[in-house]
Structure formats: C-alpha cells, structure tokens
Design a protein around this ligand. Structure first.
Ligand code: IK2
Length: 446
C-alpha cells in the first residue's frame, strides 16, 4: 500500500521514485514480523508440489482420492442451490443447524450436556480450531507440551503465539515377534511428568495420532489427565480421525475423564469425518470459560465459516445420528473399507522389505526404511534428514510420493526418527495397486 501510494504521488509531483520513498522504508527495516521467523517451511507445500511436478502416484498428503458419500454431496448441492440464506453470513460461531446437531451428537461420548451456543465454535477446518486455541490461550513465554510424533503445524502455531514447545516422544517398545503395531509406541510416564513446569500452559494430544496411527488407551489418557489436573494445565485434544478405528481399538475422549471437561478443548474435522477435506469445516468443543477466548480470536480473524458447507455438514451428522450403530452408518462403513486397504498396504510393504508399523487408527501407516538402502548422493541437500532425501529420491526416480516422518518431530529428536516414511492408505484401490506395482518392480531390481 505504502509503496503504491508513493508511486502515485511521484507521478503527480513529477519526481523520481527514489525521492518519493519514505525515509523509514529507505532504511533497511525488516518487513516481516519476528513471530513468523523460522516457520516459513511447510511439508505439505513442499512435498505436494513435488508429487505433482513428477506426476507421482500420491500416497503422501492425507486426503481421499475417492468421492465423499452421496448423502454429503447431495446435501451440499441442496445447500448451494436452495435457500438464498445459504449464500449469506450465518452466526459467527457456528451455523445454528450445525452447532445444534454437533451438541446432540457428541454429548454421549463426552459424557456432558453440550450447549450449542456456549460450548462449540465452528472453524475453517481443524486447522483454524488449533490456531484459535493457541492464539487464545498461549502467552509470551508459556510452555506447551507436544507429544511426538505430532501433526506438524502444532509447533509453528505455538511459536507464532509466543509460546515455547516442550517435546516428549512416544517411544517404540519391543513388541512380540512379527509385525509391529502403533500400540507398541508409548509415553514414559516419568519422562512426561518431568516436562510439566510452572510455565506449562497446555499439552497437545492427538488420538488417533498422525502420522503413527496410535490410539491412546484409557489408562494412557488417565496418566495425562492426572498431570493436567495436578498442574492446572489445559489439554488440546485433536481427534480429527476419531471414527477411523481398526481391529479392536476404541476411541476415548480425554474430555470425558473426571475433571477433564473443564480443562479440555476437543477438536474435530468434517473433512476427515466425511472424506471431504475440501469442505474445510472443523470445530472446537469445550467449557464456556475456555471457548469464549477462542471466539475472541475467531471473531477478529475469520468471523464465520462458509454457510453452505456448514449446512451440508449439519445434514451429514443428522443422517449419521439417525443411523448410529447401524450397518448403513458411514462411520461404520468407512473404517471397514479402510481396514482392507490398510491390510493390503502392510502386506505389500513387508514383501518389498520395509517394516510397517500397523496403525490402530487414522489415515496413515509409517514404515521403517532402514533395510532399503539407496544411493542418495546429492550434493545439493546433503544436510537434509535421510528420510527427506529418500522420499525426494523416490518421487523423482520411482514416481511414488510419501511423506518423511522426521517432519513430525522436533529438531532435537528428528535424528532418531529419520528412518521412517509415512504412507496414506485412504486411496482408491487402483491408486494402491499402482503404488504396489512400483514397489514390487523396485524390489525385484534391487
Ligand atoms: N489435525 C490433524 C491431526 C490432521 O491430520 C489434520 C489434517 N492433516 O492432513 C494433512 C496430512 O497429514 O496429510 C488436521 C488437524 C487439519 O484438519 P482440517 O483439514 O480439518 O483443517
């Protein structure tokens, strides 16, 4: 703005541009705010572009390459072609139809009566729910405990809020012989307890976890809950994959444990719930005492989310409530479909010499690649972690895209986890077959 204003003035005053640049700008003042320093790299921007540039078979970013269920598509169609009001502003903190059904739907699993007005904030995907949470709760110098591996945006969001991230890794424990499971990765309770200090404001939990697929058991959640209660700490519980459970895993909401409702922000995503990541409708749920602060951030940044998308999501939940627990429920059907895809991918990875960690939930499977050594001599990025170089090499030379797992670790722990890559199996069977073909041909050539 300033620059174009000065150019306009120049033209009218017939002066050269140099004379017109305000003196403050002529001094080499930095343009950007310091809070965005060090958070400019983004794994999705980098690897999604690379996958597209090389037209790779894409098991990288977590989005389904199949259609959402017909009832969601039809509801969206009705929303955009129907009432004029679906094209206009709706309530700032959530479209009335959506907050009403979300309250009804989740009160059972939260063990809590939910007030649609006070206890819910509808956001632009789970991303914005996370952003509002960190902006609203974290002060300069506050500490936020993040369990590793973690969905990558938690760290930059904490930093941008002025907080300090404190990391605690899930550690792989020797399991029984055979295929490893995400359930073999656990927190060390003593190590976790040691991370809580007087400055700890919040802990971030993600169950089922991205990228590992770990589903935290009730006993594991209880350890976290006890520490939150003891230290007066808020729990940010990211549960975007809550419907995607495999085998006998069960999703437990930490907010439902004694003493936790009043200190937990539970975050969900309609994109993941209905296999429609482009909808970008998410939500935060919690006590009014916390939610009111998230609303302050929301009303001063986004104000409200797309009305038609919220209308469609509301219909989706109404339909699911009607069919809850029945075979026609999408929340039952989707994990059943994905169970087969997960199985197939694991078998394929084993057969080509990788060691997959079987996920108990979610979209992803990580695999140990330390048995597959390839020559990654590339002088341009020799200082990058091994998994980054491996995935880049695989995209360029094998036409298969995945995501390096060390992207989900802090700089201090990255080195210990650079032998894993992440595969997304929420893909058409034809996509998975194309990936399998690449992997098999590769393993034959070795
Ligand atoms: N929280 C978690 C744990 C997520 O995985 C995501 C979406 N991630 O998808 C990218 C990937 O890992 O490949 C979100 C939050 C954000 O959800 P939404 O799309 O609703 O903003």
């Amino acid at each position: 703005m300033l620059r174009s204003a000065s150019i306009l003035k120049c033209q009218s005053g017939k002066k050269t541009l140099r004379h017109c640049v305000p003196s403050q700008l002529r001094m080499s003042r930095q343009l950007h705010a310091r809070r965005i320093e060090g958070v400019d790299k983004n794994i999705w921007v980098e690897f999604t572009k690379l996958a597209a540039d090389y037209k790779a078979v894409n098991l990288g970013q977590g989005f389904p390459d199949f259609s959402p269920p017909d009832f969601v598509k039809e509801a969206f169609g009705r929303a955009v072609s129907g009432d004029f009001s679906h094209h206009q502003y709706t309530h700032a903190f959530g479209h009335p139809a959506l907050v009403k059904i979300l309250a009804q739907f989740f009160q059972g699993s939260l063990g809590q009566e939910i007030d649609p007005k006070d206890n819910i904030l509808v956001t632009v995907g789970a991303y914005q729910a996370l952003h509002c949470t960190f902006q609203a709760l974290v002060d300069e110098g506050d500490e936020v405990i993040i369990i590793e591996p973690f969905f990558d945006c938690y760290h930059p969001m904490v930093k941008m809020a002025g907080g300090r991230a404190v990391f605690v890794p899930l550690r792989p424990k020797a399991g029984p012989e055979g295929l490893q499971s995400s359930s073999h990765w656990a927190l060390d309770p003593e190590e976790l307890a040691g991370k809580f200090t007087q400055r700890t404001k919040a802990i971030v939990l993600n169950t089922p976890n991205n990228p590992l697929g770990k589903v935290f058991k009730r006993e594991e959640l209880q350890v976290i809950a006890d520490l939150c209660v003891k230290h007066g700490v808020v729990c940010v519980s990211d549960e975007v994959y809550e419907w995607l459970m495999y085998d006998r895993a069960q999703h437990v909401k930490i907010a439902s444990l004694p003493g936790m409702w009043e200190r937990t922000v539970t975050i969900g995503s309609a994109g993941k719930t209905f296999s429609a990541t482009g909808l970008k409708v998410g939500w935060a749920m919690g006590p009014e005492s916390i939610l009111k602060h998230l609303k302050t951030v929301h009303q001063n940044s986004v104000y409200h989310c797309a009305t038609a998308a919220q209308e469609a999501v509301a219909y989706g939940f109404e339909r699911e409530l009607e069919h809850y627990g029945k075979p026609e429920s999408y929340f039952l059907q989707l994990p059943q479909t994905l169970h087969g895809k997960r199985q197939k991918l694991a078998e394929c990875l084993v057969s080509v010499g990788m060691q997959p960690i079987m996920p108990e939930g979610g979209y992803f499977m990580i695999a140990d690649i330390s048995t597959i050594r390839v020559d990654l001599q590339d002088p341009h990025n020799a200082d990058e972690p091994y998994d980054y170089r491996f995935v880049k090499w695989m995209i360029k030379n094998k036409g298969l895209a995945t995501i390096p797992v060390s992207a989900f670790y802090s700089p201090e722990n990255q080195k210990d986890f650079e032998n894993y890559i992440r595969f997304c199996f929420v893909k058409e069977d034809s996509t998975l077959r194309a990936a399998e073909k690449i992997l098999r041909e590769w393993s034959v050539k070795k």
